[in-house]
Design a protein around this ligand. Structure first.
Ligand code: GLY
Length: 418
C-alpha cells in the first residue's frame, strides 16, 4: 500500500481517539482534521468553514490528494457528506445520508424496524401536546418521549407520570425548545433490562462484530442523575453466544438487508443501542457512527491497523478483525454544570498530553489562549487505559486522571464497577 493522506472529521474525544489510532501507521503520510483542532499535535487543520460546503471540501481534498475520509459525527452524515465525497471518488468510512436517517429520524428508524420485523418497543407518532396525552392512555408509566430529529443527546425524556409527560410535551411542541428536531416525536413503551452498545463494521453486505461495550450514560455514580452523552465506557463486555446469535439474526442481518432493499450505501460502523431483557435484545436506537465514549475503548483493542480497516471498508473490500485479549476503560472528565450548561473558559491545570503505554488522555472540548488551556464545552478530556484485566485497566484510568484538574471538574468514580 502506498502512503496516503487521511482526513478525520469531527471535534470530540471520539475523533481524537480515531486520530490516535492512525498516528503510528507507517502507511499514512499525513493526518488532517476538520474542524480545526488546536489541541491536537501531529495533525494538519483544514479550515472549519469547509464543513459548510461539501463540494468545496471535495475540491480541497482532491487538490491536496487526500484519499480517505473517516467521518466521526452523525450530523454531517445525515447532511450527505459521505454521498458528496463518494460521488467525487474519494474513499469514505461513513454511510450515505439515506442510511443515516436511521439516526437522523427516530420515526424513520421505527418505521424501518416495523417493516423489517426488528424487535423494538411499541410506539406512537405524536406532534402536539393533546396527541401525546390522548395516545398516553394506551401506554403505562414511565412514558418515553423521543424527539424525532438530532438533538445532541437531549431529545429523550423518561416521564414518571402524566404531569411530567405533559411538561415535556409542552417543552417540545409549545416552547419548541429543540427547534425542528422536536416538531414530531415518538411516545414509546419504557424498556427495562441491561443496556449494551453493539457495533458492527460493514460495507453493507459483509459485516464483523466489534467487542461489546458498555456506556455509562447517567451523570452520577450508581446510574443516577440525568442522561448525558456518556460518562465512561468499558470493553469488552462478555455476553452469551446465544445472545450474540439473537442480535445477529434478529437485528444485524435484517437491518443490513433492509438497507440494501432501500438502495443505501452503508460503509462504516453501525452502532446498535440495545436493551437486553431475559436474554432477548430489543433496539433502543440506531447510530450510524462510533459511539462516544465507546470508540475510545474499542479502538485500542484492535490487533492490527485501523487504516487497513477504514481503507478496506471504504473500498467495499472484505477484512478480518482480530482483537487483543485486553480490557479498556474510558473515564470522561467533564466541565462544571455538564450537561445542563457546561462552564467554559475555566483554566485547566496539568499535563493534558500525559501519555504512558497503557494510559493516555484524548481531547474533546478544550481550547488554548496563549500558553493556557481552558474548558470549552462539556466533555473536556477522557482518561483512557488498557490492561490485562478490567481491574487493572480501571486502576490505570483513574491513576492517570491525577495529572490534571480544573475548578468544577467532575467524573464518575464507578466506571467499570457495575
Ligand atoms: N455513547 C452514546 C453515543 O455515542 O451516542
Amino acid at each position: 500500500m502506498q502512503k496516503i493522506k487521511v482526513l478525520v472529521v469531527g471535534s470530540g474525544c471520539r475523533e481524537h481517539a480515531i486520530v490516535r489510532s492512525l498516528l503510528e501507521d507507517q502507511n499514512i503520510s499525513a493526518i488532517y482534521t476538520l474542524p480545526e483542532r488546536i489541541s491536537l499535535k501531529d495533525t494538519i487543520d483544514i479550515p472549519s468553514a469547509l464543513l459548510n460546503d461539501f463540494e468545496a471540501l471535495a475540491d480541497y481534498l482532491k487538490k491536496e490528494n487526500i484519499e480517505l475520509v473517516v467521518i466521526g459525527p452523525e450530523k454531517v452524515l445525515v447532511e450527505g457528506l459521505a454521498d458528496v465525497l463518494r460521488n467525487r471518488e474519494i474513499g469514505v468510512f461513513g454511510p450515505c445520508s439515506k442510511s443515516a436517517q436511521l439516526e437522523g429520524s427516530k420515526i424513520f428508524a421505527k418505521e424501518f424496524m416495523k417493516a423489517e420485523g426488528i424487535p423494538t418497543a411499541s410506539y406512537h407518532i405524536v406532534s402536539s401536546v393533546s396527541e401525546v396525552l390522548h395516545a398516553s392512555e394506551n401506554f403505562f408509566p414511565p412514558y418515553v418521549l423521543k424527539a424525532d430529529g438530532l438533538a445532541g443527546g437531549k431529545g429523550v425524556f423518561i416521564c414518571h407520570n402524566r404531569l411530567e409527560l405533559e411538561e415535556k410535551s409542552q417543552f417540545l411542541f409549545d416552547k419548541k425548545a429543540l427547534g425542528s428536531a422536536g416538531e414530531k416525536a415518538l411516545l414509546e413503551d419504557f424498556q427495562k433490562g441491561q443496556e449494551l452498545s453493539v457495533f458492527v463494521i460493514t460495507d453493507g453486505d459483509f459485516y464483523q462484530f466489534l467487542p461489546v461495550a458498555q456506556d455509562y450514560k447517567r451523570l452520577y455514580e450508581g446510574q443516577k442523575g440525568p442522561n448525558t452523552g456518556g460518562m465512561g465506557a468499558i470493553a469488552p463486555v462478555s455476553i452469551s453466544s446465544e445472545l450474540l446469535k439473537a442480535i445477529e439474526d434478529k437485528i444485524v442481518k435484517p437491518t443490513l438487508e433492509g438497507l440494501k432493499k432501500r438502495d443505501c450505501v452503508y460503509r462504516g460502523v453501525l452502532y446498535l443501542g440495545l436493551m437486553i431483557h431475559k436474554n432477548f435484545p430489543k433496539v433502543l436506537e440506531y447510530n450510524v457512527r462510533f459511539g462516544d465514549p465507546e470508540a475510545q475503548v474499542l479502538l485500542p483493542l484492535l490487533e492490527g491497523s485501523w487504516l487497513d480497516v477504514f481503507y478496506k471498508i471504504a473500498q467495499a473490500k472484505k477484512l478480518n478483525l482480530n482483537w487483543k485479549k485486553k480490557y479498556s476503560v474510558s473515564v470522561v472528565l467533564c466541565a462544571e454544570n455538564y450537561p445542563e450548561g457546561p462552564l467554559n473558559s475555566v483554566p485547566i491545570e496539568g499535563l493534558i498530553y500525559a501519555q504512558k503505554d497503557h494510559s493516555w488522555f484524548v481531547h474533546g472540548s478544550l481550547t488554548r489562549r496563549e500558553d493556557q488551556w481552558f474548558t470549552q464545552g462539556g466533555r473536556v478530556l477522557n482518561s483512557v487505559a488498557i490492561g490485562d484485566n478490567k481491574k487493572q485497566a480501571v486502576q490505570r484510568a483513574y491513576q492517570h486522571i491525577k495529572g490534571v484538574s480544573w475548578k468544577g471538574m467532575r467524573y464518575r468514580k464507578d466506571i467499570g464497577q457495575s
